[in-house]
Every structure is written in C-alpha cells, then in structure tokens.
Design a protein around this ligand. Sequence first.
Ligand code: PEP
Ligand code: MN
Length: 345
Amino acid sequence: MIIVLKPGTSREQVEHFSADLEKRNGVKVNAWYGEHSTVLGLLGDTAGVDIEAIQANELVESVKRVQEPYKKSNRKFHPDDTVIDLGHGSAIGGGRLAIIAGPCSVESEDQIADIAREVKGAGAAFLRGGAFKPRTSPYAFQGLRAEGLELLRHARAKTGLPIVTEIMSPAHLILFEDVDIIQVGARNMQNFELLKELGKCDKPILLKRGLANTIEELLMSAEYIMASGNDRVILCERGIRTFETMTRNTLDISAVPILKKLSHLPVVVDPSHASGHSWLVEPLAMAAVAAGADGLIIEVHNDPPHALSDGAQSVTPDEFRRIASHVEEVAGVFGKTLSRRDDQE
Ligand code: PEP
Ligand code: MN
C-alpha cells in the first residue's frame, strides 16, 4: 500500500504517523522524502488495513493498494487450481467441464426425479433445484422449502447425482446437512453473516456474483467464507445489471478469464439467469466454455410454459441434450472432457 502525504507535512509528523501505522497494522513503513511531498510504503500483510481510516487522516493526500485485499482466494498464494471433487466423476475444476443442471424450483417428486434422470443421461454431473426461492414478489411461488430438499434427496437416491440448492438464511443451515453443494444466490452475495456461517460448514459453496457487484467484491465474498475456515468455494458468473433490456442480465464473459487469472477457485457460468431466454442459453454456454469456465449451471424444465419459476429461460431435456453435446465439443477444442457421473456407487 502506498500513501502520499500532503505537501508541508513535517518530518516529525511523518515519523509519528508511520509509527502509529506500524503499531496498529503490524506492517513495516518505509518513508521517501521528496522535495514537495513524502510517500509512505506499507510492507507486509495489508489485507486488514482500513484504507478509509487512512484517507480520513488530515496528513494524507491519497492512498493506493498495490496488493489485492483477498488472500485465500488469490492465485498468487495458491497457484494450483482448486478442484471440488465429490467422487464418482462429479468434480468441478481441474481440466474438466462440469455441468450442473435441473429446474429453477423443485415442484414435485415426479418433476425433479424425471428431470434428474434426463439431465444425467445427457451428461450433467450435478443436479440443481431451488427449494428456498428468492422471488422479487412475496406473492410468487416461494419454493417447497424443507419438502423441496426432501424431494431433491429422493432424486439423488435415484440417480446418484449430487444436489446443489440455494440457502437464504443461516437459520436454515440445519436443514442443509444432507445437501452436497450449498448455493448462495446473487441476492445474498454480500449477506456477510450468512457467508461467515457457511465458512464454518464442511460443504462446498457455489457463490453467485451479485446483480451489481464487481469481480473484486465477488472475491471478497469468497474470502469471507474462506477466512471462516471453508476453502471449498466455487465462483459463479450469472450476469450483471446493465442498461441493456434485451437480456435479463448481461453476461460478463470477461469475468471468466479474469477470475481464472486472479483466483485458483473454480469458475462456473450460469447462462440461464444471465440471458432470461431459453434460446440464448446455448450460445452463452458455448461462449463461457470457450472463455475458460470450469462448469455451467443450466436450468432445465420438462414443461417450461408451466414452470413455477423462470420458465422462459428454462430449456427442455431435449434442448439440454443438444447443448451438453455442443459444449462438450467446445470443451474438447481446449483439451477438456466432460465431468461425467459414473455409476459405480
Ligand atoms: C437460481 O439459481 O435459481 C437463482 C435464483 O439464481 P440467482 O441468484 O443467480 O438469481
Ligand atoms: Mn431461476
């Protein structure tokens, strides 16, 4: 971290301020005295340094971070890719392409079981399905809640597919004990109390980027989970809010190579929530794979017009089969194979 002091700061003030910074932050401070102003360089771990408190000091002209504020998710300190391996072929990261597929919401025992069977047959390695749904309207379907989790467990028992489902409150953690991957939705990316609680659990967390959050904020949210003790985080780009109205969100495709460069955590793309239209899912999925995504999370419904949520962006099982085979071809160009569930239970 570099601090530029205002012209006219006396040597005594510099020494006093430097000593205070060292004491408060456990860093080493070097000072360069120039003709007009003095520059301080903070060496050591500056992740916990409160930049705003420094900016508020009357001696300070400007402050700049030269080190990223995230450590545990930072590729600099962990060059190798993190692989989330749930066994039997279901792995995310490490040179394979993992597909998570299933309905937006779990609606009934038959619905989730049928879709699970279909997506597994087409190449999905994980089953998604929302039981607790974050809906814009309180009058919209809110999910089957605990019953939805139970139906997901049934579908897993039938297909072997590990289940991925969203949590909205730390109070529900007790119900998620048997879930394989816990999803944090876009709306909760900065629910810091939830992130801290998930940091204490032993399950992988699929962390979605918030609607209006930067890439660095996504990494800082991953850092919350990791700093609390859970290193198994999967990052998910699901589109951000822009002025564009043709799509539900704007898929930030550049986030994929940027996240892969900055972090060792696996990166998954959600072309369904990014686009809002089922016909757009395939091209966005292929673009995501070409950009280096480790996985995709795709909404699939057996009867999209009657889906209880997100029908317009849900693809049918037939469409999903085609998408899976096309993304597999794209992955092949980059030497990646599909992460496929094997049935040797
Ligand atoms: C979902 O996956 O169904 C969902 C609500 O996604 P997001 O949080 O990205 O909107
Ligand atoms: Mn959805």
